[in-house]
Design a protein. Structure first.
Length: 82
């Protein structure tokens, strides 16, 4: 049951990464076109470039969840050290 939920969540994370990048870039373009001053451009460029690695991380996390890498997590610190 829990492993199936992890795989479904993995699919959600994989889809959420590119979708969020698309909407962020779309919003940035709209906001820059509304007020095309350097401050607005710099602000949105920074937002986009900071968020892209986070979105890529979501996709990677989702890939590993879908692959089943999180099916058994260590339950104590003793298992981590073994």
């Amino acid at each position: 049951m829990m492993n199936n939920l992890k795989k479904i969540a993995g699919i959600v994370w994989i889809l959420l990464g590119p979708i969020s990048i698309y909407y962020l870039v779309k919003t940035a373009a709209i906001e820059i076109s509304k007020k095309p001053v350097p401050e607005t451009k710099i602000q949105w460029i920074v937002f986009v470039f900071i968020f892209i690695p986070i979105a890529i991380g979501l996709v990677i996390f989702g890939y590993y969840a879908l692959k089943g890498e999180y099916q058994h997590l260590p339950e104590s610190s003793a298992e981590i050290n073994d």
